[in-house]
Design a protein around this ligand. Structure first.
Ligand code: UT7
Length: 337
């Protein structure tokens, strides 16, 4: 009697990674020159030593284009079936930034749309792309996280100005099987809109188009409660995902959490019961780059050898919304550009 082997489960598989940082480095010392802050405060309270900010005239779409081109090159492909771009600093309130980026990349008339999930944006975008692939709507998708927070930071607000940086990261996902390295093995996503006030730009949307108070056009964050939510939400989301995919916590080689604060990354490791040394940290170099944070951290971890083929890698992000999400993969043998 012959048995038919079960067909492998279709999954989205990571094929290439590309990143881009604008050339201008902004040091803690530079910020200390114009704000009531210090290198010592920024380093000890956040872990950040420097960040990159765009020069005037450079938009999020420009960074997204560069990272997207590098991801396509790293994957060795020149076409995709869709582009999903995560950002909370789009080129315009309308239309989405993704179609213009797709056109500049020479990707033709493929579907292209933005995801607005703030710092959780990259994981939400990867989940959307993976869903297109698993549903059979696409074979290959370019996922980009790109931000220019320097443009929405209140120059007079030391609590946010020292934290955020600009940058972009992108991945190519392709249809494959859940058994192969690089397959995104599942997602845990969530939101808590009861606390949407914790991270917000008050004006510029339909609730308040304009405001007499110039501060309303800038990004605001209540740091302390956001910190506490970040640890709990990323921790619970990661634990739920690990249980669902059957990975014991101790089998996780690297935890790539959203790069907001080194104290959050250590608290997340403690929450999960993972050694702190397994937490990937690159915020010292780039700051908090919101939707670009996870791919930028992955690229640095690849370069340093912290993430190597065969490693079990957990990704978890959290931000405004509130919104959070986690995914996991066995690291594939890919290149980063
Ligand atoms: O990306 C989305 C997710 N974002 C996050 O996860 C960010 C989460 N939050 C944080 O990382 C931290 O809450 C911050 C880094 C934003 C702030 O650190 P903190 O340890 O929570 O500081 P705090 O807000 O409690 O402020 C402590 C003190 C205050 O002074 P007083 O009231 O004790 O006199 C602040 O005014 O530090 C002061 N402070 C500063 N001092 C120098 C706040 N910002 C600065 C600054 N430089 N840049």
């Amino acid at each position: 009697m012959s048995t038919i082997p079960p067909s492998p489960r279709r999954a989205a598989v990571l094929k290439g990674l590309g990143t881009y940082l604008p050339p201008r480095v902004v040091s803690n010392e530079e910020l200390s020159g114009r704000l009531d802050t210090s290198d010592e405060w920024i380093r000890t309270r956040t872990g950040i030593r420097q960040r990159y900010w765009v020069d005037p005239g450079t938009a999020t779409g420009d960074l997204a284009f560069e990272a997207g081109a590098r991801a396509l090159k790293a994957a060795g492909v020149d076409s995709v079936d869709a582009v999903v771009l995560a950002t909370s600093t789009p080129d315009h309130p309308c239309p989405a930034t993704a179609p213009a980026v797709a056109a500049r990349l020479g990707l033709g008339t493929v579907p292209a749309f933005d995801i607005a999930a703030v710092c959780a944006g990259f994981v939400y975008a990867a989940a959307s792309a993976a869903s297109l692939i698993v549903a059979g709507l696409a074979e290959r998708v370019l996922v980009i996280g790109a931000e220019t927070y320097s443009g929405i930071l209140n120059p007079a607000d030391r609590t946010t100005s020292v934290i955020f940086g600009d940058g972009a990261g992108a991945i190519v996902l392709e249809a494959g099987s859940a058994e192969e390295p690089g397959a995104l093995l599942g997602f845990d996503l969530g939101s808590d809109g009861e606390r949407h006030d914790l991270i917000t730009i008050p004006a510029g949307g339909s609730r308040m188009r304009t405001s007499e108070d110039p501060a309303d056009q800038y990004f605001t964050m209540q740091g302390k409660p956001v910190f506490a939510h970040a640890v709990t939400r990323m921790g619970e989301s990661s634990a739920a995902l690990l249980e669902r995919i059957g990975w014991p916590t101790e089998s996780v080689d690297r935890v790539v959490g959203h790069q907001a604060n080194v104290r959050i990354l250590h608290a997340l490791a403690d929450f999960l019961g993972v050694e702190r040394a397994r937490a990937v940290v690159n915020l010292d170099r780039v700051g908090n780059t919101s939707a670009a944070s996870i791919p930028l951290a992955l690229a640095d971890a690849m370069l340093s050898g912290e993430v190597a083929p065969g490693d079990r890698v957990l990704l978890s992000a959290f931000g405004g919304g509130l919104a959070w999400g986690s995914t996991a993969l066995v690291w594939p043998d890919i290149t980063a550009a």
